[in-house]
Write a protein that binds this ligand. Structure first.
Ligand code: IPE
Ligand code: IPE
Ligand code: MG
Length: 245
């Protein structure tokens, strides 16, 4: 941690928490056991992010595509979400963390929707880490929803077509209250984005690790941050332009 440059931290880190199922199967256990252990990693990473001074942390917990998994796994995950929120919110609140959920939440069971709403409400006034959980989330779904919202504003005369810019799109995404992530981490050795934050990660630094999510700890987060800090973020410019600034 002492090697981290505290002036060069990303404001927003997004994580694709992958590898729970494989981790469990490697222990000769049921996939759900991996999801339970994954919650421990979430707790550790939230603690570490708070300690390091990260402002926004987005965690991909369940994709729209994950609804197509076997029913027992989906049901197990839904119960896990409800139980975890109920169990963790008091501590999150104590640590001044503000909780958000993004995704097509209407698809969640009513019990889960209630738990999410209660968690957000309880932590709404907090001013520390903003913890954003992507649940039943798909970036293409989000973009289609944004297109509908913008079309409606045009139809209602609130916006003209010429006024539509990149910022309009950004403002109509579920992430409108948060800056774009500067760092995207994916665990468990897969090199893909799996329908996550496609618009928002246009200039994010991508970091892939073989570590399975249930094994991910503060040290792994720091490794990712050190790697991030070693990169030159050019945004299309030349290296010379960047270093002469
Ligand atoms: C990530 O772990 C958690 C969810 C997608 C819900 P996986 O369940 O995808 O684990 P692997 O990739 O099968 O190992
Ligand atoms: C992405 O992981 C979604 C989450 C981590 C919640 P998946 O395991 O579902 O992604 P694919 O199927 O390997 O692309
Ligand atoms: Mg996976």
């Amino acid at each position: 941690m002492e090697n981290l440059d505290l002036h060069k931290l990303p404001k927003h880190i997004a994580i694709i928490m992958d590898g729970n199922g494989r981790w469990a199967q490697e222990q000769g256990q049921d996939r759900l056991f991996g999801h339970y252990e994954g919650v421990v990693s979430v707790r550790k990473v939230v603690e570490a992010a708070t300690e390091i001074g990260i402002k926004y942390l987005t965690l991909y917990a369940f994709s729209t595509e994950n609804w197509d998994r076997p029913e027992t796994e989906v049901n197990g995950l839904m119960s896990l979400f409800v139980d975890t929120i109920a169990k963790e919110v008091p501590d999150l609140h104590k640590n001044n963390i503000k909780l958000h959920f993004i995704g097509n939440l209407a698809l969640l069971p009513e019990e889960a929707q209630k738990a999410l709403a209660a968690g957000m409400e309880q932590t709404a006034q907090n001013t520390g880490l903003e913890l954003i959980i992507a649940l039943s989330y798909s970036s293409r779904w989000e973009l289609a929803e944004a297109a509908k919202k913008i079309a409606l504003q045009v139809q209602n005369g609130l916006l003209t077509i010429d006024q539509i810019t990149e910022a309009t799109l950004s403002k109509n995404l579920t992430t409108s209250d948060f800056p774009d992530p500067e760092l995207l981490i994916r665990t468990s050795g897969e090199f893909r984005i799996s329908n996550f934050l496609l618009f928002q990660i246009a200039y994010a630094e991508l970091y892939f690790t073989n570590t399975r999510w249930p094994n991910f700890r503060k040290k792994d987060l720091i490794d990712a941050l050190l790697d991030y800090q070693s990169r030159e973020r050019r945004f299309g410019k030349t290296s010379q332009q960047i270093t002469s600034n």
